[in-house]
Design a protein around this ligand. Structure first.
Ligand SMILES: Nc1ncnc2c1ncn2[C@@H]1O[C@H](COP(=O)(O)OP(=O)(O)OP(=O)(O)O)[C@@H](O)[C@H]1O
Length: 423
């Protein structure tokens, strides 16, 4: 049975523009439109069954909270229809609904009564609510004296103790300390097991995967994908990774394009002097063979600096031979985590690549079939040297890159594995 049905729902906000504060501005801008309509949700269709736990994911400003507010009926759609069957409890804006001058205890009574509990029902539960919030010592102080974490504890404790059929939660797991977050998570798991329908907005994809049966990815006000969290989250992460790569590329091109002004020259000079310092500290060797134009490319053969864990990555660079006597140098790579840990290093000698014969110039590629590093920031070292390690060109931290992952395992690498539980 569907307990929530969202049918062709669109929502717009009206944004009013200031005509200016001075008389001159008011006259100048008198014909300016007073407002603009911004559609933040467009033709949303969604069905949620009783007992389902659904995660709403998406970039900042994509419309997730707006959808939750529509389900709570704090706001209404401009188009379409929303059907919600059952008692709804919600935890949206932090502490919304609390009166700052009332004590924690008084706020529990008013807040829980908004969710439809009678005074007797609240009396029966108040000890549980206070105990879950762990606010025994400050429960009789006005809530304006509470920290944001304390607000959240109180709000969550009320929201989960009103025995609603549907619980709507916005980003709860981002607030509060780790132990309270874990307690909230367990409580939601408990409610889920009891059959409560839960819709949760979160940027913590790991929690969504552990808790939810379904993920809904909202992008710029439309539903981009619905399905098993594992799949939808992966699609979303891919999309975000590609977007960040494009942004970075754009920025680089922008810097190159605006080469003519003084500020840019100053920046270039700073960069040059940084480069010279870097050369001193991070580059050494006799340059008999020189490394040039290093880059990392992704599965699509595009130059990139952000990769999904497990993705195929090619390390590429060119070389120029300045000393013709060098026939078969050793090429090497080293990957370091941002805390300096050497995650992996190898070279053509270790890898037993025989009979390397170079020309005056050429290109080298090291193909990493699966970059199974865990999420984090990394740098790359490149080297070309002779068989005894005498460096021709050794460059530390020549490139930086990031790895993102939806897996939350800990360590350096993701080792391929599976589990067998044997009786
Ligand atoms: N009251 C409002 N008036 C005008 N615009 C609003 C209002 N509330 C939200 N918006 C705009 O609507 C869009 C969607 O906002 P919403 O809060 O739903 O996004 P979100 O996906 O929950 O983002 P986040 O992950 O940052 O919480 C944003 O561009 C936001 O600026």
């Amino acid at each position: 049975m569907n307990v929530i049905e969202v049918k062709d729902v669109s929502k717009k906000y009206r944004i009013y523009y200031d005509k200016g504060s001075t008389l001159k501005e008011k006259i100048l801008f008198r014909n300016r439109n007073k407002y603009e309509d911004k559609w933040v949700l467009k033709d949303i269709n969604l069905k949620i069954k009783k007992g389902e736990t659904v995660g709403l994911i998406g970039e900042n400003g994509s419309g997730k909270s707006t959808l939750l507010k529509l389900l709570t009926r704090i706001i209404y759609p401009n188009k379409g229809e929303i059907i919600v069957k059952g008692k709804v409890s919600s935890l949206l804006e932090l502490g919304a609904g609390f009166h700052p001058d009332m004590t924690g205890r008084e706020n529990i009574y008013t807040n829980a009564s908004i969710f439809g509990l009678t005074r007797k029902e609240i009396d029966d539960r108040i000890d549980d609510i206070i105990s879950f919030s762990e606010l025994e010592e400050s429960i009789d102080n006005p809530v304006r004296t509470y920290s944001s974490g304390m607000y959240m504890r109180l709000a969550f404790s009320v929201a989960i103790n009103v025995e609603a059929d549907i619980l709507l939660v916005d980003e709860i797991l981002a607030v509060g300390d780790a132990s309270f977050q874990a307690k909230c998570f367990n409580k939601m798991q408990e409610l889920k097991n009891k059959g409560t329908t839960i819709i949760i907005v979160s940027h913590d994809l790991g929690s969504i995967e552990r808790l939810c049966d379904k993920s809904v990815w909202i992008d710029k006000g439309i539903i981009k994908s619905i399905g098993i969290p594992y799949d939808v989250d992966a699609e979303y992460l891919d999309f975000m990774g590609q977007k960040r790569n494009k942004k970075k590329e754009g920025k680089n091109q922008g810097t190159k394009a605006s080469n003519n002004n003084d500020e840019q020259e100053e920046d270039d000079q700073k960069q040059d002097s940084n480069q010279q310092n870097k050369e001193k500290d991070d580059r050494w060797g006799n340059k008999f063979v020189e490394i040039l134009n290093p880059r990392l490319t992704n599965e699509k053969n595009e130059v990139a600096s952000i990769f999904k864990s497990g993705e195929k990555v090619n390390i590429r660079f060119e070389y120029i031979r300045h000393n013709k006597e060098i026939q078969s140098p050793v090429f090497g790579i080293g990957i370091f985590r941002d805390d300096g840990l050497n995650c992996y290093s190898t070279n053509t000698h270790i890898d037993k690549i025989q009979n390397i014969s170079i020309s005056d110039s050429g290109e080298v590629e090291c193909v990493l079939k699966e970059l199974n590093l865990l999420e984090g920031k990394y740098t790359l070292d490149l080297a070309v040297h002779d068989e005894d390690g005498l460096p021709y060109d050794y460059i530390r931290k020549i490139l930086s890159f990031e790895v993102y992952s939806k897996n939350k395992d800990v360590g350096v690498f993701r080792l391929k594995h599976h589990w067998n539980i044997i009786d």
